[in-house]
Design a protein around this ligand. Structure first.
Ligand code: NAD
Ligand code: ZN
Ligand code: ZN
Length: 344
């Protein structure tokens, strides 16, 4: 089959032919219907060997939707032909966190060398995908595979981040969303659907600000040296209750610290090396700073429910598998509006 692989450190992703995978005991073979391209893939392709922590080549793609093609021996609960979304942060299924469905925080994944598809295990940017266990396949019914694939990460990750701050997102509150890309444009919609907060989006590209406004942000402006001042002005000098940083670079985490108000939350979702130091006097009193990872299995089911209700409008650019390297180039260059989705 054809697969998009990151072949070696520093090399460009390439379409190659690899053996067709066969499902082992308990595994599920999916015919891939759609696979989203996440900025984390771009980050992974900039890592050193030490940072990477798994061998190359790697078949990319950790946002996947597929049709069940075959079940390995003993795999149950799914029918051949069914459409499923893949829950990506695989865990052991047994530890204290996994028992709660919080496999994203599996306590034994490292020790057991369990990696998510596309982030260590072979990913969804291929004609077929092996899912290690039926519990990681969530049936999607007749949802559109192309707009559903991004929900498995670009939907699930902001959803989880928002849930952590729900009690603060009351009417009259302000949430700053930094970065209106794949995650951000879904995060804005989830904030509007789940809460009464006022959403202010910041980005460095005008066309992303247009996207942010079109999907429900109340305000959108450039993420520059004036941004923190504008947030303070909008909030009568109080600062925002919640800042969601979907960039996570040094300038944006610093900006988040200047936008948040007393007892507010700063949630750093982006993985671009930014950090915010917490200590008396460095931030407004009682600011909470967090860096969550992905979301739980139950939360993925909840996000898919939002999609079924028709509340989400996922903006996608479609690419064939052969065009996938170009999609990653556009993502790297900040050109993608919404999510780039590969349809093998
Ligand atoms: P994306 O490329 O689709 O979107 C990023 C957006 O940020 C773009 O619109 C870009 O214009 C904007 N941006 C860049 N620099 C900026 C700045 N200084 N100020 C404001 N906006 C800026 O990326 P994505 O796929 O949405 O991923 C966003 C980040 O989240 C990445 O760092 C990714 O690796 C990370 N991520 C983390 C998790 C997690 O579990 N923590 C999960 C998925 C993605
Ligand atoms: Zn991702
Ligand atoms: Zn576990």
């Amino acid at each position: 089959m054809k697969a998009l692989q990151y072949p070696s450190i520093g090399a460009a992703p390439t379409v190659v032919t690899v053996p067709d995978p066969r499902p082992g005991p308990g595994q599920v073979l999916l015919k891939v219907l759609a696979a989203g391209a996440c900025h984390s893939d771009v980050a992974v392709m900039s890592f050193t060997e030490d940072q990477l922590g798994f061998p190359l080549p790697l078949t990319l793609g950790h946002e996947g939707v597929g049709r069940v093609e075959a079940l390995g021996e003993g795999a149950t609960g799914l029918s051949v032909g069914e459409h499923v979304a893949v829950y990506g942060p695989w865990g052991c299924g047994v530890c204290r966190m996994c028992a709660q469905g919080r496999e994203n925080y599996c306590l034994r994944a490292g020790e057991l060398h369990i990696f998510p598809p596309g982030l260590g295990a072979p990913g969804a940017m291929a004609e077929y995908l092996i899912v290690d266990d039926a519990r990681h396949c969530v049936p999607i019914g007749d949802l559109d595979p192309v707009t559903t694939a991004p929900l498995t990460d670009a939907g699930l990750t902001p959803y989880h981040a928002i849930k952590l701050s729900l009690d603060k997102l009351v009417a009259g509150s302000t949430t700053v969303v930094i970065g209106a890309g794949g995650l951000g444009h879904v995060g804005i919609q989830l904030l509007r659907a789940m809460t009464a907060t006022r959403v202010v989006a910041l980005d460095i590209a005008e066309k992303k600000l247009d996207l942010a406004l079109s999907v429900g942000a109340h305000e959108a402006f450039l993420s520059d040296e004036d941004a923190a001042g504008k947030i303070m002005e909008l909030t009568g000098g109080e600062g925002a209750e919640v800042v969601l940083d979907f960039v996570g670079a040094p300038p944006t985490t610093a900006l988040a610290g200047r936008c948040v108000g007393i007892a507010g939350d700063v949630t750093v979702v982006g993985i671009a090396g930014g950090a915010l130091s917490v200590g008396f006097g460095t931030l407004p009193y009682e600011t909470t700073v967090r860096s969550p990872y992905w979301g739980s299995r139950a939360e993925l089911a909840e996000v898919l429910e939002f999609a079924r209700q028709g509340t989400l409008s996922i903006h996608v650019e479609r690419y064939s598998l052969d065009e996938a390297p170009h999609a990653y180039q556009r993502l790297h260059d900040g050109e993608v509006q919404g999510r780039a989705v590969v349809v093998p």
